[in-house]
Structures are given as C-alpha cells and as structure tokens.
Design a protein around this ligand. Structure first.
Ligand SMILES: *Cc1c(COP(=O)(O)O)cnc(C)c1O
Length: 361
C-alpha cells in the first residue's frame, strides 16, 4: 500500500538528462550538482544513479558527509568551502574537495594540520557576480601558495559562476568568461564555469569541467524555453490522493479565510498535500492539478496538509483517485513555478521529508 503524498523519481530520466549535458559538452568532465538533497530528489539515490559523473558537488560539509556515509566514493566538491579548523579536519577525514573563496580559508587549512592532504581543490574567482570569490591578484598568489602546500594532493582548479547565464546572449556572460580565461592563461589551471544554462547556451564556457544542476532534474534553466525544447525529461512527479468530495451550494466558502466562494453549485475535492509537505502556499487560488488526465483548478488557500480542487467540470472522479501536482506532461514543474512567481529550483527543494520518494527506472 502506497501512502501519499509521493514524489516519484524517474532515474532513467535523470540519466537521460545527464547524457544531454555530456552531449552538449563532450570534451568536459562533469561535476553533477546534488546540493540541497539533490534539489529535493534524494541525494544518495541520485548520486548512485548518476554514476557516469566524474564528481559531485554540494554546498556544505554535512551534505558531503551524508553522501560519503551513504557509500558515495567519487570526488565531492564543497561549493561553500570550509568554515573552521574542525571542518578542514573533517574534509581531510572524508577526502572532500573544497572551494576556497577567502584568504582566511587558506590560513585555516594550514592551521588545521590535517592528517591526509585534500584531493583536487578549487579557487573561486570573482568575475562579476559579487557573491563568492577572490580577485585576480589574490588568485594568482593563492594559486602558487596552494601549489606548494602539502595539504592538497590533487590539482587546483579555477571556478567561477555566471550571474546571468539564463539570459541567452547577455554580454555580461562573455565578459565573465573572458576575465576567467585571462587568468587561467596566467596560472594554467583547469577551469569550471558552466551551470545548466551555460552548458545549453554558451559552448565556449564549457572548458574543463561543467556543473549541471537543474537540467539533470528535467527542468529548463531558461524562462522562455521549455524542458522539452531542451530535450530534457521530467524526473519528479509529485502526487497525492483525493481524500474527500463534497457538493457545495451557491455562496458556500472554501478553506481558511473563505477566499474562494461558490457562485453556483460546485463539487469540491480535498487532496492530501499542503505547505507542510513543501507545496507552496503561494499557489493558493491560482494553480492547477491533474486527476485522470483532467487539468483542474485549485481553489481556496493551501493548508498545511490539504488543498481543495474544483471538480465541477471533472468526469468520473472518485475518492482515492491519484492527483498529480506537477511532473505531468500537461502540468510541468516549470509551469507551476511560473504560477508561483518563482523558479522550479525553489519548488523542488521545498518538497520535504513528509513526502515519500519512490524511485523507478
Ligand atoms: C547550484 C550551482 C550550480 C548548478 O546550477 P544550475 O543552474 O542548477 O545548473 C553550479 N555551480 C554552482 C557554484 C552552484 O552553486
């Protein structure tokens, strides 16, 4: 017996999407980004399915330790680096590759007197986003220090991140890449720039390592292109169950605050998913769901554990039916994200532990 809500995770689609990244950048190595529980899909299961990756990347140390303890022995890169001597020691114990973006982090590493040197590490370069990164002069100095350091055994690469990769043709992307390439020439290091959007739209940015995230999960990184346009397949199908049906009269209100009011006799269904599962409350009153191939409107406010749906135009629907919130061909995660005035990344990450993940493929 399946207990709903369930996020069905299609591992074959995940592998297909990785192959699209590889086909786009055939000469680059792949660091598959599985931070935030693999964008809500389940980090260890996703890492196992993406074994054709050359490395994985997460944001923080606990995420990497979870993967190591879950049996993942490929290189793992920490995008947010190390914040203390203790974290340096753990990175050494678990053999994690870190990203350095402050000079303090370099001092921490030498202070830590780690037992085993770290594998392949990265210097984050500031190329216009002004989030994390060292400037060009700092990078040149840090690079030669790290080359001599006994605390790193592998290579040292140069990493940077585009602020506008999702805007195809934005001149700022070319400027950021140009800054990086000038530097890479001076220190002759492997280079990594491209996230999903750059992988799919800016071939010159592919360089030595690509870093696909959202595209692996079958969502488009562009506002004006669908996943299908990019040949990506949806990975997560979020489903719940219809747990009650009732018939309302004209004037009856539905849900907290009575935001929705019946202007005629209305058949209303209740579905067992809500913001307590990570279904965003902003979708109250203006999104849809699918039952038995029929796209139907959500009415009233999203509650913690439930939402209401207008079944007046639905045919043959009964209590116990499966309800799809996204991941259906008629209702993609990208469509729902637009309705929620956000991006698919946020909705996917919000799906929490209360939702069972079920893996197929
Ligand atoms: C999250 C992240 C990525 C992946 O970005 P997508 O847009 O999901 O492909 C790549 N690089 C860095 C540094 C990131 O933080």
């Amino acid at each position: 017996m399946q207990v709903y809500p369930v996020a069905h995770i299609d591992l074959a689609a995940l592998k297909h999407n990785l192959s699209i990244a590889k086909r786009a950048a055939p000469n680059s190595k792949v660091m598959s980004v599985i931070k935030a529980n693999a964008y809500g899909h389940g980090d260890i299961e996703v890492a196992k399915a993406l074994s054709a990756s050359d490395a994985f990347a997460v944001a923080r140390l606990p995420e990497a330790i979870r993967l190591r303890e879950g049996g993942i022995d490929k290189p793992i890169v920490l995008f947010e680096g190390l914040q203390s001597v203790h974290e340096c020691q753990l990175a050494s114990d678990y053999q994690l590759s870190t990203v350095f973006y402050t000079l303090e982090q370099l001092s921490l590493l030498s202070e830590a007197k780690i037992a085993k040197p770290l594998p392949f590490c990265w210097l984050m370069v500031e190329t216009g986003m002004h989030r994390l990164g060292l400037n060009e002069r700092e990078v040149e100095n840090a690079y030669s220090d790290l080359e001599q350091s006994r605390d790193i055994e592998g290579q040292i690469g140069l990493m940077s991140h585009f602020a506008n990769a999702d805007v195809i043709g934005d001149e700022r992307n070319n400027q950021a890449l140009a800054r990086m390439l000038v530097l890479a020439d001076k220190v002759s290091a492997p280079v990594s720039m491209a996230n999903s959007a750059a992988i799919l739209s800016l071939p010159e940015s592919h360089q030595d390592w690509i870093r696909p995230g959202i595209m692996l999960y079958g969502s488009s990184p562009f506002a004006d292109k669908t996943a299908q346009d990019c040949d990506l397949k949806s990975v997560m199908t979020l489903q719940a169950q219809l747990i009650s049906i009732s018939d309302l009269s004209e004037g009856d209100e539905v849900g907290y605050g009575g935001d929705w009011q019946a202007d005629a006799e209305t058949r209303v269904g209740i579905v067992n998913i809500g913001y307590g599962d990570g279904y965003n409350r902003i979708l109250s009153n203006h999104s849809q769901l699918v039952i038995d191939d029929q796209v139907l409107p959500i009415i009233g406010r999203v509650s913690m554990d439930m939402i209401a749906v207008d079944l007046s135009l639905a045919e043959g629907v009964k209590v116990g039916d499966i309800v799809t919130l996204w991941g259906d061909q008629q209702l993609t995660i990208d469509q729902i994200a637009k309705q929620a005035h956000t991006i698919s990344y946020e909705l996917l990450c919000q799906v929490n532990q209360r939702v069972t993940r079920q893996y197929n493929g």
